[in-house]
Design a protein around this ligand. Structure first.
Ligand SMILES: Nc1nc2c(c(=O)[nH]1)N[C@H]1C(S)=C(S)[C@@H](COP(=O)(O)O)O[C@H]1N2
Ligand SMILES: [Mo]
Length: 186
């Protein structure tokens, strides 16, 4: 991991909450994740099926575009690449929208969903189940892009054969969002 932070970012060890959509109710046992759109095999996974896919750990700084970086944040979960390999993106699939239960979405190039250091469907934060406010039971973690791509209360990943815009991309934020290139807007 790099020692320094991307340009314009200040470190914090607190983990602020940043949420624009309604925080969904806690519904133990109700978790479902769907992979759909431009895939050969649509998938619907429950909690047991998801955790059965295995668990990997990742430590990375988490960069919010508003300027805070929560340093050395530890996540555990299953690599999204594993789930996508099962769903088999169709030829020409190029982008995805990740959706929360409350209707928030983020747009991601398909290449970024399998890029290093690895995108996780995460259920653990700093060694404990992800607190509800931070997106539990399962949130997307896209460590190499700005935090708005790491969708909390993840419920659906929809693949497309064209560029798409999610909540912040529609409001002028960058389609990709690489913090090292300061891809904040546009
Ligand atoms: N569902 C949902 N996911 C979301 C957001 C949101 O508003 N709703 N905000 C994003 C933004 S801008 C950031 S920086 C991170 C913040 O995660 P945290 O609230 O766990 O700190 O979540 C991202 N995922
Ligand atoms: Mo953010």
């Amino acid at each position: 991991m790099k020692d320094e932070l991307p340009p314009g970012q200040a470190p914090t060890r607190k983990f602020p909450l940043f949420t624009v959509d309604p925080v969904p109710p806690i519904e133990p046992g109700a978790f479902r994740l769907r992979i759909l759109g431009a895939v050969e095999d649509r998938l619907e996974l429950g909690w047991e099926e998801l955790v059965a896919l295995g668990e990997e750990a990742l430590e990375h700084d988490f960069h919010c575009v508003t300027g805070w970086s929560r340093t050395a944040t530890r996540w555990q979960g299953v690599p999204l690449a594993k789930v996508l390999a099962r769903a088999r993106p169709r030829p020409g699939a190029s982008h995805a929208l990740a959706w929360s239960r409350g209707g928030y979405s983020a747009s991601l190039p398909l290449a970024d969903l399998t890029a290093p250091p690895g995108v996780l469907l995460a259920w653990s934060l700093d060694g404990a189940p992800i607190p509800h406010g931070h997106g539990g039971p399962v949130r997307l973690v896209v460590p190499h892009l700005y935090g708005w791509k790491s969708v909390k209360w993840l419920t659906k990943i929809q693949l497309f054969k064209r560029e798409v815009e999610g909540y912040w991309e529609m409001r002028g934020y960058h389609r990709r969002g690489d913090p090292w290139r300061e891809e904040r807007y546009g």
